[in-house]
Design a protein around this ligand. Structure first.
Ligand code: HEM
Length: 426
């Protein structure tokens, strides 16, 4: 029997109740300040098919202070197509395979510092590992050397985005202390990234990876925005998901042992290489099930730029449309026992296996702006979890954990674990 039920995210549960009681379309508020909730799988299909009706710049305006005005997530039309065509090749499956050794060495270096009996916040450990490994994999050691500085400077900016956009507008209008701190941090990040770009131009290195592609094609402002936004988009989401995956491994009866046995059988004590990852069926199931039940993006939004009709309802231009992975991933008409964490449901050899359609499983959204880092994220999760179960034994002390932050769902106040044992890397 599956005894593990997930930590509920209360606003997500409220949306689920809304869908059950009011159906797929729920109008809330009036005019430009109103929302329209479009909930369920058919609504997702409709949203992904009508990309030309939305503006990402208008929707995610509040991310501009963090990500910059030319980041992919706030780009529309031809600018988006051009910028994405430069970034996407460096995140394709074949390229991500080249990053596996960096992912392994980064998580190994973190595990090397752990000592038996120590208690630590595993979520924070994952945050710093993922930040460093993303910086190094995509932009080389020059930027990775400053990964901790980058994390410190990004924090006040990320804190801004964790609050409602109206609050951010107010802070900007008042030029509040929090706003000034965030802007000063963004300037320091820009200075660092400008130096890295100038160095890479003067002396291109073999490990510059995507940096070389960006330098060859984009303007300096664009390069800076793509670097900062790829790191921010990648590390909060992936490290939150990693923390929930570890929580599941430690809480679902037998899960840690099953994953450790599989890793030992497939890898025989060695770190994973790119070609091993597909064979880690159970661990891949843990990753997929985490992305289903702890989707980092609980909801997403689209600003509607022309009138639309869905399911007989008119959605007027100017309104904000909200759709939800949280709701979609918990619908009993799509998922058997939707609230249960069942890694085996993702195993193609399992009798109840069912491959979800793209609009039924949407942790990475869909359509034109689908997450460009999806392969990198799932690969990184599998690699880091494989090293965790192979090299450590962890205990989960009693603690109260809340799920927080609808843009990068994470455990609050963190995920405290105790190191029961750890073996050296081979
Ligand atoms: C588990 C980890 C991740 C999750 C769940 C996730 C989820 C998402 C989602 C839902 C979107 C679309 C937002 C929307 O349509 O409203 C998105 C966009 C994006 N993601 Fe991710 N992401 C993850 C990791 C990453 C990583 C590792 C990177 C890069 C290294 C990345 C880079 C981006 C970028 C650049 C966009 C904007 C794409 C565009 O607008 O064309 N993400 N992500």
């Amino acid at each position: 029997m599956n005894a593990y039920r997930t930590v509920p995210y209360l606003p997500g549960e409220a949306l689920l109740a809304l869908y059950r009681h009011r159906g797929a379309v729920v109008d809330a508020g009036v005019g430009r300040h109103g929302f329209v909730y479009l909930l369920g799988a058919e609504a997702n299909k409709f949203v992904f098919a009508n990309a030309d009706a939305f503006s990402w710049r208008e929707t995610f305006e509040s991310l501009i202070p963090v990500d910059g005005p030319t980041a992919l997530i706030v780009s529309d039309g031809e600018d988006h197509r051009r910028r994405r065509s430069v970034v996407a090749p460096g995140l394709r499956h074949r390229q991500v395979q080249d990053y596996v050794h960096t992912m392994v060495s980064t998580i190994d270096a973190v595990i090397d510092t752990w000592r038996p009996g120590q208690r630590l916040d595993l979520y924070q450990e994952f945050r710093s590992a993922v930040r460093r490994s993303t910086a190094e994999s995509l932009f080389g050691p020059r930027l990775a050397a400053h990964s901790d500085f980058l994390g410190e400077q990004l924090q006040p900016l990320l804190d801004l985005t964790h609050r409602p956009p109206q609050l951010m507008r107010l802070q900007r209008g008042l030029n509040s202390a929090g706003w000034r701190r965030a802007m000063a941090a963004r300037h320091r990040i820009d200075d660092l990234v400008d130096t890295v770009i100038a160095d890479a131009r003067a002396q291109p290195g073999p490990d510059d990876h995507m940096l070389t592609m960006l330098i060859d094609t984009l303007s300096d402002n664009e390069i800076r925005d793509e670097i900062v936004s790829l790191i921010t988009a990648g590390y909060e989401t992936t490290s939150g998901a990693l923390a929930w995956a570890a929580h599941a491994l430690l809480t679902l009866p037998g899960a840690w042992e099953t994953a450790a046995r599989e890793v030992d059988r497939v890898l025989g004590g060695n770190p994973p290489t790119a070609s091993d990852i597909g064979s880690l069926t159970y661990l891949n199931g843990i990753v997929q099930e985490t992305l289903r039940l702890y989707s980092p993006g609980v909801i997403s939004a689209r600003r509607v730029m022309r009138d639309l009709v869905f399911d007989g309802h008119r959605i007027r231009s100017g309104r904000l449309l909200i759709f939800s992975a949280y709701v979609t991933h918990r619908l009993p008409e799509i998922w058997l026992a939707p609230k249960e964490f069942r890694p085996r449901r993702w195993d193609p050899a399992a009798p109840d296996y069912r491959k979800p359609a793209p609009h039924e499983f949407i942790p990475f959204s869909g359509g034109l702006h689908r997450c460009v880092g999806a392969v990198m994220a799932t690969t990184e999760m599998t690699v880091m979890l494989a090293r965790l179960v192979a090299r450590t034994t962890l205990r989960l002390p009693a603690q109260r954990i809340r799920a927080a932050n609808f843009a990068a769902l994470s455990p609050k106040p963190g995920l405290t674990v105790e190191i029961a044992g750890s073996v050296p890397a081979q």
